[in-house]
Design a protein around this ligand. Structure first.
Ligand SMILES: *[C@@H]1O[C@H](CO)[C@@H](O)[C@H](O)[C@H]1NC(C)=O
Ligand SMILES: *[C@@H]1O[C@H](CO)[C@@H](O)[C@H](O)[C@H]1NC(C)=O
Length: 105
């Protein structure tokens, strides 16, 4: 009776969905490091990627980010720092710009 056994699991899904931390702007990312350009690690990575003359970058920057997507995506799945970022156009998500913190439920 596999079908009957799966019904409790289906009923549990909306409860999990309600507990998610999601982004209102940008996409949910899980980053090794998060900081602004004043952070020396962030500054060094930005300089490596964008060159010595950095454009004006405001707000938080994520380094080595992995997108958290799909069913059940939640900031609580991130063992590092979860953020919402608007600019993730860089190869391999090495940096993400326009990030803002996400609360983990
Ligand atoms: C960077 O973050 C630090 C610590 O939160 C803050 O004091 C500083 O003003 C920020 N700098 C910029 C350029 O946003
Ligand atoms: C992302 O940021 C880079 C560097 O500032 C910029 O060249 C690019 O146009 C931005 N992309 C988007 C979609 O905002």
């Amino acid at each position: 009776m596999k079908f009957v056994n799966s019904i409790p699991a289906l009923l549990a899904l909306p409860i999990l969905a309600a507990a998610q931390s999601v982004c209102t702007t940008g996409s949910l990312q899980c980053c090794e490091q998060v900081g602004n350009v004043s952070n020396s690690i962030i500054h060094n990575v930005l300089t490596l990627i964008l060159g010595p003359t950095l454009p004006t970058i405001t707000g938080l920057v994520g380094v080595e980010c992995t997108a958290i997507t799909g069913v059940g995506a939640s900031a609580s799945l991130c063992a590092e720092t979860p953020v919402c970022c608007t600019n993730t156009t860089f190869p391999n998500d090495i940096i993400a710009l326009g990030c803002s913190p996400v609360s983990v439920d």
